[in-house]
Design a protein around this ligand. Structure first.
Ligand code: F6R
Length: 650
């Protein structure tokens, strides 16, 4: 079978070709891949409008299409009568909408932002737009300015003052510093000083007819209407107004007025670009061209793993944890760790237990929050409690956190949402940088929780010196290889699709594994239940004979994971036991283990990694199996019945 990959830095270009290609050459498998690039680290969405209409409703409507990029605060800045009016607030976009209804801001040029916090918790003051002191320049930003602390110190030495904890606030001040009658020139000079990633929209009272926009490693498009022009982080934000867009490249500077758009390179030379005509609908574009948010989020995992490791795991250097400060002395005093969480986060904790015990030699118990809170566990100041929660708002997990603190325990939170209740109330926090997870079934949050477990285990092992420096270094090195290996896993989908097409009608499916493979099997089984409504159970291979094997009959589906090489032979004997009773078997294992094919009906191979790190890769085919089975059954994968994304009640 011929398979064609279409690559592109911007997902829209390959999507365009894929569509044409599929129409013309029916029967080929045609896959779109986003080329590996460093960018779009921070989520957040930006918009901008210049035209004859009232800007604020257009900005708010555009932001509503970008809420999938972040939703912890929102704001707009609008130019009117040579001044800028800013309205911004913490919370969902509807808060901003209500405020704008109470006190409308009129004006035909404006910029807007919806935020997903990374530097500075969600608050009114940390919300965008950010301005210079006399509010003559306002900026919206998506990205991370990595050298913002240096710039901030330098600007402060020149008398500049700062109000927020954000990296973004340096930008309007830097632009102010360089402003000498030409806002485009000032933005060019400011960006030349900035390291990191950015998509920017800038307005200035001294040139009140224009927006300046530029990008580097964060997405930005320009919408071209009739006498009205737009900037946006993503196409859906402009689709109600125009289908003609420019797809910007890095370091292309744009001047937008109601008379048109001019694009310049870094040397201020004018550039001619081709207009891109959008043919798909807003819904498809919001999902980056994927059919569902879940599929999009599964594909975002290499990026999410990379971001969660970035600046924490550096070859040859100790692990850096900004918001966890446990000394060797502190760690010596802890004789027990409880990891407490719910659902998928609990499954990440099960992996965390093995990894922390193995590397840091501290006994770890993992528990489900709703059980833990009512079982009067033995805990005191020598107990360390770790709460894992994507949302940081799960009622049971929060209750355990509070109870643990009452009992004098130190609490570490592992969460995806900056400023969430769990992050605010814990003593230490490690953020997973998955970005907003929209699909109810957790995927990218889970793999980043796993990464967090490895980071914490390595940190403890380094501080306590319980694992040799060489072993720690080899684990770090291999962790850094995982984003690329995860990309490879995502390329290998046909067997999974075929498996789903052949098995979606079953009423039960079983998952088997030993050690870390058992932990991952639990997560695979949960994914299947959640989105396909097929009953499933995960069993530890060695438990089969103690009861579950009675369930196996002709045609029962058994999915095994075999990545723990010291347990491989034992797993293969377990598989033979179910094969003898008529089971249909699929195995997930490392490349190089092809001999498993003698024992199973089909096998999926993932790139070889250290056994201890395998869950990060082996969970991906399990997620995809659930996804494809759900699609075969026509289930709503993003919003499975009876489930909510964040369980804030008991
Ligand atoms: C499963 C899933 C849930 C959550 C659980 C905990 O796909 O998403 O099982 O993992 O409700 O949620 P958080 O992590 O937000 O505490």
């Amino acid at each position: 079978m011929l398979k064609i990959f279409i690559l592109g830095k911007n997902i829209y270009e390959p999507l365009y070709f894929q569509r044409n290609f599929k129409e013309r050459f029916k029967g080929f498998i045609c896959c779109v891949k986003k080329q590996n690039r460093k960018g779009d680290k921070k989520m957040c969405g930006i918009v901008g409008f210049v035209g004859k209409k009232d800007a604020s409703p257009i900005l708010v409507e555009g932001l509503s299409k970008l809420e999938y990029r972040g939703y912890d605060s929102a704001g707009v800045a609008i130019l009117k009568d040579n001044s800028i009016e800013v309205l911004k607030c913490k919370g969902r976009l509807k808060n901003l909408e209500e405020k704008l209804e109470e006190s409308p801001i009129k004006g035909n040029i404006g910029i807007g932002h919806t935020r997903w916090a990374t530097h500075g918790e969600p608050s009114d003051v940390n919300s965008h737009p950010h301005s210079n002191k006399n509010e003559s320049i306002s900026v919206v930003h998506n990205g991370i300015i990595e050298n913002y602390l240096n710039i901030k110190e330098w600007l402060m030495s020149k008398g500049y003052e700062f109000l927020s904890e954000t990296d973004t606030e340096v930008i309007p001040n830097l632009v102010d510093y360089y402003y000498n009658g030409d806002i485009l020139d000032a933005v060019m000079k400011a960006t030349a000083k900035m390291e990191g990633s950015y998509a920017l929209g800038v307005i200035c009272t001294k040139e009140p007819d224009r927006i300046i926009a530029v990008r580097k490693d964060s997405p930005l498009i320009i919408g071209v209407g009739k006498g009205e022009y737009f900037i946006a982080s993503d196409i859906p934000a402009v689709l109600n107004h125009t289908r003609e867009v420019y797809l910007l490249n890095d370091k292309e500077f744009v001047v937008l007025t109601d008379e048109g758009v001019e694009i310049f390179d870094e040397n201020k030379e004018k550039i001619e670009k081709e207009i891109f005509h959008v043919t798909w609908n807003a819904d498809a574009a919001e999902k980056g061209g994927y059919e569902d948010f879940m599929l999009k989020e599964i594909h975002e995992q290499p990026r999410a793993i990379r971001d969660t490791m970035a600046s924490r795991i550096i070859k040859g250097k100790p692990i850096v944890l900004d918001k966890i400060k446990l000394t060797k002395e502190d760690l010596k005093n802890y004789n027990k760790i409880y990891i407490v969480a719910c659902g998928t986060a609990y499954h990440a904790g099960v992996v965390g237990k093995t990894v922390i015990e193995r590397l840091a030699r501290i006994p770890v118990e993992v528990d489900i929050a709703s059980e833990f809170r009512y079982r009067d566990p033995i805990m005191d100041k020598n107990t360390l409690v770790m709460i894992i929660s994507q949302s940081g708002e799960t009622a049971d997990s929060l209750a355990v956190l509070r109870e643990s603190k009452k009992k004098g325990c130190r609490v570490i939170a592992v969460t995806n949402v900056v400023g969430s209740s769990v992050s605010r109330e814990a003593d230490d926090v490690l953020y997973t940088l998955a970005g907003p997870e929209i699909a109810v079934a957790s995927t990218k949050a889970y793999v980043t929780q796993l990464v967090a477990m490895y980071i914490i285990a390595l940190y403890f092992a380094e501080v306590k010196e319980t694992t040799s420096k060489e072993e720690i270094e080899s684990i770090k090195e291999e962790l850094l290889n995982l984003p690329e290996k995860a990309e490879k896993v995502l390329e290998n989908k046909e067997i999974l699709q075929k498996f789903a097409a052949q098995n979606y009608m079953h009423k039960d499916m079983f998952y088997l594994g030993r050690g870390l493979d058992y932990a991952v099997s639990m997560e695979g089984s949960l994914k299947l239940k959640e989105i396909t409504y097929i009953h499933s159970e995960a069993y530890a291979g060695g438990e089969l004979k103690h009861g579950p094997i009675a369930l196996i009959e002709k045609g029962t589906v058994v999915i095994s994971t075999i990545t723990q090489m010291d347990l491989k032979d034992k797993m293969i004997s377990n598989i033979r036991e179910v094969v003898t009773r008529g089971a249909k078997t699929l195995a997930i294992t490392f490349e190089g283990n092809e001999e498993v094919e003698k024992s199973v009906d089909s096998a999926i191979y993932i790139p070889k990694t250290l056994d201890i790190l395998s869950p990060i890769l082996s969970v991906i085919p399990l997620q995809l199996i659930s996804y494809y089975v759900a699609k075969e059954k026509n289930c709503d994968v993003d919003k499975p019945r009876n489930l909510a994304k964040s369980v804030t009640v008991e």
